[in-house]
Design a protein around this ligand. Structure first.
Ligand code: PEP
Ligand code: MG
Length: 886
């Protein structure tokens, strides 16, 4: 079995096997770009190691052979005392997991080869000993789990002795002593000397990278990013090149376009006389890439040429890492770069303009989650708000919250329902929990490519990085800026687009994308690259999609907004929402009525109110279908709470007041009390138990439709019966409704459909029978999920889902994204059997899942006719339905 690939053997399509980094190093090698030679150990080798706890048979021999050919190519041997070949050992999974797994640099250095390295570097002892101490530090920490702080402390001590804060002030002798100190630390924690055998160093480093796949922070990151847990990582063994050989060396990170806005230009950070990890870690502040032109014009020009070549080759934004070793440029990594939501749309539009991709491909380059993010509001700034600091707009959005300084505190306060901003000098992978919990992240160090920036962009979380006017003091839980002190719990606002930081809470304003959807920004006539790109891609999605998109709306205002957002009808009008407020009392009277007269009076009072509700909605949805669901409340929502009522009655009795009326109410509430209201008297059951209730609603709907038609409009009502589990329930409701409709509609030309929700598992399983009595089905995936799993939709999320997510029982709440295997199977069965019984049966979905990107793809694949979602999700569903179709 082949476990090792030379860079010249791979290509960019082999990400599963070689990981993203390995596949792209291979691709660049084959393009003839200057990549330091090396080889990649496959993810399969990692999977085998993780499954058995040992390297698979044959791996050691293959590494040996590749190492030999690498040594031949370089004319050096690994760790040779005179002229050592040194390698880096780098993780690289299929999906980028920035900083989550391990890397070990300078493998091959030992007490002898450190001398050879110095000679090779032109007698640069300082460089050689610095490289050696870095190896012991990284190796100790990542391979042997020596606490990293001990090395850092020793480094700080060495600097203190020297009276400096800068690593660069330590000379060769200082660093030689530091190596001794590091070795002692290593011995103390591992019980053995630092390994001097280069090949042993290599093997242990490779094993550590394999194992880092299951490091806690990597597991957490994968869960957050929904990366499967069983992929494993590849390991890249790459010839070392050095950016820390002097002022003519350096290292940098660059993007072929601005990953924040998508604008074309040169974006990157450069750090002279430094090694690669220094930039990503944000340890020293970098200079803009443009400054490299002054420092080393030849390398700069070559770099720009390579960047243009990469973009054309990958047909996308690329990010790269490079090192310059004494004026010679080396490419250490490239990949299709992460970007903000806005940049994703803008770049997709630009690439279409440039003829690199077509519009179908552009649709694949964006997604609904990004669109949703663009619909967030931004800060509304006026003279009252002066920024106190400006950093780098690392991940857009507007976030206000209470300042916290540690991840643990962020998690704690977020759990109490607080919005928090995590403030750090720089983040590191251990801060992931806090970053997830926070509304935004603010750091005082690091550029667009620092850990905080990369991870925040990936999460879609607002982030300002490198705000260096801010002086963060974590132990004291405060920062100072512009002469002011901000302590834990004080409110700040950060703007991830402009990088500005404000004290206090800044009000927010709507997004331009929303204004465009609202119709108040005309994409043809404004100079806004984002709005134009969104318009173009949405138009294409609309042209391609097969699913219609409706909305869930219970008011005229919501219906009107959703229609502007592109809704093609209402998929769910929840009528129980019309019974709250002032009308609640009427409903209470209706429910509690014992005599027919009382009930009829309540119904008669409700009829005109309901009719007016429907008239308004039909008017807003003129010409489009409107699914009105008959009332479906758990009854207790309309009745006074039992306990409180009981106390009131007891107190009144005590005072000797006349409580006959209250007692009657209490008795009624007792009579109707349910332990499990969500499984109780609701939906169709209520309609069958309370005479006249559904009839009143059906009449109101039909009368409103007729009144619309008389006024010249077109109403297309679809009456939907909730919570049906058996066809007999539906037939009973239908028989009564048909009579009323016939009576009201007469010759007005109004057509009323009658259908049902499918939200009880039994309904899905008997869909063939139910379809005989239904002109349409709408899947109520909220209740269907609740009843398929037996999870109370109102309680579980806080109660135990965190544990289920932790255990990987599911990767995301099934109430958020459809459970394809279970609930999805019920939907498939119902769709198939329903359509078999009644060809042309209209199928839709109106649970929350109708606006969830992944679920929309599932509904497309099952062949539903439409999804229905809340007004703000309508554009997201349109986009995803288009993406599902291309
Ligand atoms: C559903 O159950 O999915 C549904 C749409 O109905 P409701 O959320 O009102 O119960
Ligand atoms: Mg329901």
């Amino acid at each position: 079995h082949k476990y090792v690939y030379d860079f010249s053997e791979g290509n960019k399509e082999l990400k599963d096997l070689l990981g993203g980094k390995g596949a792209n190093l291979a691709e660049m090698t084959n393009l003839g770009l200057p990549v330091p030679p090396g080889f990649t150990i496959t993810t399969e080798a990692c999977q085998a190691y993780l499954a058995t706890g040992r390297e698979p048979d044959g791996l050691a021999g293959q590494i040996e052979r590749h190492l030999e050919s690498l040594e031949r190519a370089m004319g050096k041997r690994l760790g040779d005392p005179q002229d050592p070949l040194l390698v880096s050992v780098r993780s690289g999974a299929k999906f980028s997991m920035p900083g989550m797994m391990e890397t070990v640099l300078n493998v091959g250095l030992n007490d002898e080869s450190v001398v050879g390295l110095s000679a090779q570097a032109g007698g640069n002892d300082r460089f050689a000993w610095d490289s050696y101490r870095r190896l012991i530090q990284m190796f100790g920490k990542t391979v042997c789990e020596v606490p990293g702080e001990e090395f850092e402390q020793a480094l700080d001590d060495a600097k203190a002795v020297k009276g400096t804060h800068d690593d660069l002030d330590l000379d060769a002798d200082d660093l030689r002593e530091l190596v001794d100190a590091y070795k002692k630390i290593f011995l103390k924690h591992t019980g053995r000397e630092f390994p001097q055998q280069p090949r042993e160093q290599l093997d242990l480093a490779i094993r550590a990278v394999f194992e880092s796949w299951n490091a806690e922070r990597a597991v957490l990151y994968r869960r957050q990013e929904r990366i499967p847990a069983d992929l494993g990582t590849a390991v890249n063994v790459v010839t070392m090149v050095f950016g820390n050989l002097g002022p003519d060396s350096g290292t940098g990170v660059a993007f072929t376009r601005d990953p924040g806005s998508g604008a074309q230009g040169i974006y990157g950070d450069y750090l002279a006389n430094a090694q690669g990890e220094d930039v990503v870690a944000g340890i020293r502040n970098t200079v803009p890439l443009q400054d490299l032109e002054q420092l080393d014009k030849a390398s700069y020009d070559e770099l720009l040429g390579i960047m243009a070549r990469l973009e054309e080759h990958y047909k996308d934004l690329c990010d790269i890492e490079f090192t310059i070793e004494r004026g010679k440029l080396w490419m250490l990594q490239t990949r299709v770069g992460k970007r903000t939501a806005a940049a994703a749309f803008v770049i997709a539009g630009q690439l279409v303009d440039e003829g690199l991709i077509d519009l179908d491909e552009a649709l694949h380059r964006v997604n609904g989650a990004q669109l949703a993010q663009l619909m967030f509001p931004r800060f509304q700034l006026d003279h009252e708000f002066e920024a106190v600091a400006k950093g780098i707009g690392a991940s857009p959005g507007a976030a206000s919250g209470k300042v916290v300084f540690t991840s643990a505190r962020a998690v704690e306060m977020a759990a109490e329902g607080e919005s928090v901003i995590l403030v750090r000098r720089e983040t590191n992978p251990d801060d992931l929990n806090g970053m997830i919990a926070a509304k935004g992240i603010l750091t005082s160090r690091g550029g667009k490519t620092s850990h905080a920036a990369v991870v925040a962009r990936g999460m879609g979380k607002t982030c300002v990085s490198g705000a260096d006017e801010i002086d963060v003091n974590v132990p004291a839980k405060r920062f100072t800026v512009a002469g002011q002190t901000v302590s834990e719990g004080d409110v700040v606002s950060i703007d991830g687009t402009t990088g500005k930081v404000y004290l206090g809470e800044v009000p927010v304003m709507p997004s331009e994308v929303v204004q465009y959807f609202e119709g108040s920004l005309d994409p043809e006539h404004i100079d806004n690259a984002l709005v134009r790109a969104v318009h173009r891609i949405m138009t294409h999605a609309d042209g391609k999609r097969r699913l219609a998109v409706r909305t869930n709306a219970d008011t005229g205002a919501d219906a009107a907004r959703a229609r502007r957002f592109g809704a093609e009808g209402i998929g769910l009008c929840r009528t129980e929402h019309m019974f709250l407020g002032d009308r609640r009392e009427l409903v209470e009277r209706l429910i509690l009525a014992r005599a027919e007269g009382e009930r009829e009076a309540a119904l008669a009072a409700l009829l005109p109110l309901q009719r007016a509700d429907f008239e308004e909605i039909f008017r807003e949805m003129d010409g489009l279908p409107v699914t009105v669901r008959l009332i479906d409340p758990p009854l207790h929502e309309f009745l006074p709470p039992l306990e409180q009522l009981a106390v009131n009655v007891a107190v009144a009795q005590e005072r000797g007041e006349d409580v006959a009326k209250e007692e009657a109410l209490l008795a009624a509430v007792r009579r109707m009390h349910e332990e499990n209201p969500m499984l109780g008297l609701r939906g169709v059951r209520l309609g069958l138990v309370i005479p006249g209730l559904f009839a009143m609603q059906v009449r109101a709907i039909a009368e409103a439709a007729v009144s619309c038609a008389r006024g010249g409009g077109v109403a297309k009502p679809e009456i939907m019966v909730p919570l049906v589990g058996a066809v007999q329930e539906l037939e009973t409701v239908r028989a009564e409704a048909e009579k009323i409709i016939a009576d009201v509609v007469g010759d007005s030309g109004v057509e009323v459909l009658i259908g049902t929700m499918i939200e009880v598992p039994r309904a899905a399983l008997t869909a063939g029978e139910i379809a005989e009595a239904a002109e349409f089905f709408s899947f109520g995936t909220n209740d269907l999920t609740q009843m398929a799993w037996g999870f109370s939709r109102d309680d579980v999320e806080g109660a135990f889902f965190w544990r289920y997510l932790e255990l990987g029982i599911f990767g995301i709440s099934p109430f958020e994204s459809i459970d394809r295997d279970g609930v999805g199977r019920l939907i498939r069965i119902a769709a198939e059997e329903g359509r078999a019984a009644r060809p042309g049966l209209k199928l839709g979905v109106c649970g929350e899942h109708g606006g969830d990107p992944d679920s929309v793809h599932f509904f497309h694949s099952v062949g539903l006719d439409y999804v229905s979602c809340s007004p703000f999700r309508v554009p997201v569903a349109r986009l995803e339905a288009g993406r599902a179709a291309v």
